[in-house]
Design a protein around this ligand. Structure first.
Ligand SMILES: Cc1cc2nc3c(=O)[nH]c(=O)nc-3n(C[C@H](O)[C@H](O)[C@H](O)COP(=O)(O)OP(=O)(O)OC[C@H]3O[C@@H](n4cnc5c(N)ncnc54)[C@H](O)[C@@H]3O)c2cc1C
Length: 270
């Protein structure tokens, strides 16, 4: 667990920017970060704000974050260039519980690929890897992985036309035995992945997003039911999800007001 002493920002310069598509960019930093796939950092752009971002790439001396442009902070972040300065705190959160044995599946939706990417790089080659996006253009990291990916897009421009859950169901009904499913993406997608897993008695790990401020369980901004997402999550297993009434239903806005999840994620409809 991070102590109060870990809360000082480390100031880092952007080493490289990779533009993924119109709305996503990956920023690389030359810094050795002790990290577990699924953990996140708080990223501070001086004069703008501080926001949570998952680590999307990790090596001994480097790490990266992948940003989807939504509002003021993220638009500023994807506009950053080599040499620009950010502060980071963390990593925070639990990360994925990486099982050493058994058949695994990874189900990614859109920018949910970001926390799953370093996980995939730690899993066996026979892992079933499903990735969905709006269109071909929004498939993140097209050439990155050694593991074969099953693609789907909303418009059919790449891979199966339809949902990641179609592909997951197909794997299961065709007789594939799964011992663990890891997922990240829009919450409604993760909810349906969880429901499929429950129906087939497959344990599942889901990476949740809620409005975060402190990153280490003090402020309470990110509570989801009885869980504090930054401290107890962001990755939750099947047992916790069964008890979590706010999963796919409610979330707290920045103001602390409880709203329907559709309102919390209203930026998706813009
Ligand atoms: C654990 C965690 C990991 C994340 N990892 C990534 C990632 O790898 N890539 C990525 O693009 N995004 C990630 N996000 C979401 C990212 O933090 C928000 O997209 C970002 O804060 C948007 O800020 P904004 O000013 O651009 O948008 P705003 O206009 O302020 O908000 C747009 C939406 O972003 C979300 N958001 C805004 N502020 C916060 C906050 N402080 N905490 C959580 N969500 C917020 C809300 O859904 C909000 O409706 C992550 C969020 C969490 C909680």
């Amino acid at each position: 667990m991070n102590t109060i002493l870990d809360q000082k920002h480390i100031m880092l310069r952007v080493e490289k920017k990779h533009v993924e598509n119109q709305t996503h960019a990956t920023l690389f930093f030359h810094h050795a970060l002790c990290f577990k796939p699924g953990q996140f950092i708080m990223v501070w752009i001086p004069g703008i704000d501080e926001k949570p971002y998952t680590i999307s790439f990790h090596s001994k001396e480097k790490f990266a974050i992948t940003i989807e442009a939504k509002g003021i902070f993220s638009k500023k972040a994807i506009a950053m260039e080599k040499g620009d300065l950010v502060g980071i705190r963390g990593p925070f959160g639990n990360g994925f519980d990486i099982k050493s044995q058994g058949q695994k599946a990874v189900v990614a939706g859109g920018c949910g690929m970001a926390p799953l990417a370093p996980l995939v790089e730690n899993l066996d080659k026979d892992t079933i890897f499903i990735h969905g996006a709006r269109t071909r253009e929004y498939i993140l990291y097209p050439d990155r992985f050694k593991i074969e990916r099953l693609f789907c897009t909303d418009d059919g421009s790449f891979g199966h036309k339809g949902l990641v859950t179609d592909l997951l169901e197909k794997q299961i009904t065709s007789g594939k035995h799964l011992d663990m499913v890891y997922t990240c993406g829009p919450e409604i997608m993760m909810y349906h992945v969880f429901k499929i897993c429950e129906a087939h008695h497959i344990p599942c790990q889901v990476s949740l997003e809620r409005y975060m401020r402190c990153g280490f369980g003090v402020c309470g901004a990110c509570v989801c039911g009885r869980q504090v997402v930054c401290r107890d999550g962001p990755v939750f297993g099947s047992a916790a999800l069964r008890e979590m009434k706010d999963f796919n239903t409610k979330a707290l806005l920045k103001s602390g007001k409880e709203v329907a999840l559709s309102q919390y994620f209203s930026w998706r409809c813009k």
